[in-house]
Write a protein that binds this ligand. Structure first.
Ligand SMILES: C[C@](O)(CO)[C@H](O)COP(=O)(O)OP(=O)(O)OC[C@H]1O[C@@H](n2ccc(N)nc2=O)[C@H](O)[C@@H]1O
Ligand SMILES: Nc1ncnc2c1ncn2[C@@H]1O[C@H](COP(=O)(O)OP(=O)(O)OP(=O)(O)O)[C@@H](O)[C@H]1O
Length: 269
């Protein structure tokens, strides 16, 4: 069985306080995008994990796909599988690629071995693998709070709008990015701000990682400014960076403008 593990963007990301467990409470709208990895799971005589595509730093035995399998294996009599990950979504990019891989492995195992796990049960397993992971179980636009793993429906549809994602070939570690932020409560209610016309979002809908990271990496505000110059309705960095996205009325072709970087474009669903 094969699954396309898609990435996400954060539309607005408020980092409101540091929690006693060392994590941060956030408020953010998570929105799925089509840039995807491919995960394949087939029954086998012994467990194996392999990957191709982008090189994944670190020990393959600690890959989030393997961790997802081990998590379910501890509670269910799972047969061995051969798992392959075709890694396409850039890493350290703020798009939750690894989290999505893990969530899709949970869903694939649930379907393949008829574990009958509910959405809530799958989300609870996913929460144990990473803060971003649970979002990818339902994989639809959500307003997220606490560690980014508690969800509320949001009335927001960007269906048919164009999205351009620019990854400036810069790996930013999530833990380091959080360590560089001073959390701050804000007067802007993100849910209300997102009900405004998209052209007004630039004044209200902010990613709190931008301040610090934009100073450290000038290429990031440059890309954001360029996206506005070529007609973005809204542009922002996603997550803890380094990808910067622009939302457009229609999908533009901007490969040439951002040619040294890795660019993906498509339609929002
Ligand atoms: C920046 C975002 O991508 C926004 O969606 C996420 O908050 C990051 O989620 P993630 O990559 O799944 O992060 P995790 O694997 O859970 O945590 C990595 C590290 O980021 C920090 N972390 C993460 C999430 C959070 N709400 N507060 C944090 O302080 C912690 O230092 C943690 O050790
Ligand atoms: N399936 C996977 N895909 C990517 N990275 C993985 C995966 N499994 C484990 N990792 C580890 O996670 C690290 C990347 O985590 P990091 O949070 O910086 O980026 P990310 O998972 O791409 O998502 P984001 O950029 O949104 O945080 C990699 O350096 C790698 O060691």
């Amino acid at each position: 069985m094969v699954a396309f593990a898609n990435a996400k963007i954060n539309i607005g990301l408020q980092i409101t306080e540091k929690r006693p467990d060392g994590f941060h409470n956030i408020a953010s709208c998570f929105y799925p995008v089509g840039w995807s990895d491919v995960v394949e799971i087939i029954r086998a005589t012994e467990f194996s994990f392999s990957s191709s595509g982008i090189d994944i730093p670190g020990d393959p035995a600690k890959n989030l796909c393997v961790k997802a399998y081990e998590l379910l294996k501890a509670d269910f009599d799972l047969p061995p599988v051969a798992m392959h990950l075709l890694k396409i979504v850039p890493i350290g990019a703020g798009m939750g690629g690894g989290s999505s891989d893990a969530a899709f492995v949970l869903k694939l195992l649930n379907d393949t071995f008829k574990l009958a796990l509910s959405t809530t049960a799958l989300q609870n397993y996913a929460r144990r693998l990473g803060s971003d992971c649970a979002f990818f179980i339902e994989n639809q636009p959500q307003f997220c709070s606490e560690k980014g793993d508690q969800f509320e429906d949001i009335s927001l549809s960007l269906k048919g709008k164009g999205i351009v994602l620019v990854y400036p070939n810069l790996h930013i570690s999530t833990a380091e990015a959080y360590a560089g932020v001073v959390p701050q409560k804000t007067e802007v209610d993100l849910r209300e701000a997102l009900q405004r016309p998209i052209e007004e979002w630039r004044h209200w809908v902010k990613n709190d990682f931008e301040n610090g990271l934009f100073q450290k990496y000038p290429v990031l505000p440059q890309i954001k400014a360029q996206l506005y110059e070529v007609g973005a309705l809204y542009a922002s960095m996603t997550g803890s960076g380094s990808t910067v996205f622009g939302i457009f009325e229609k999908v533009p072709d901007l490969q040439n403008i951002f040619s040294p970087y890795t660019v993906w474009n498509g339609e929002l669903t």
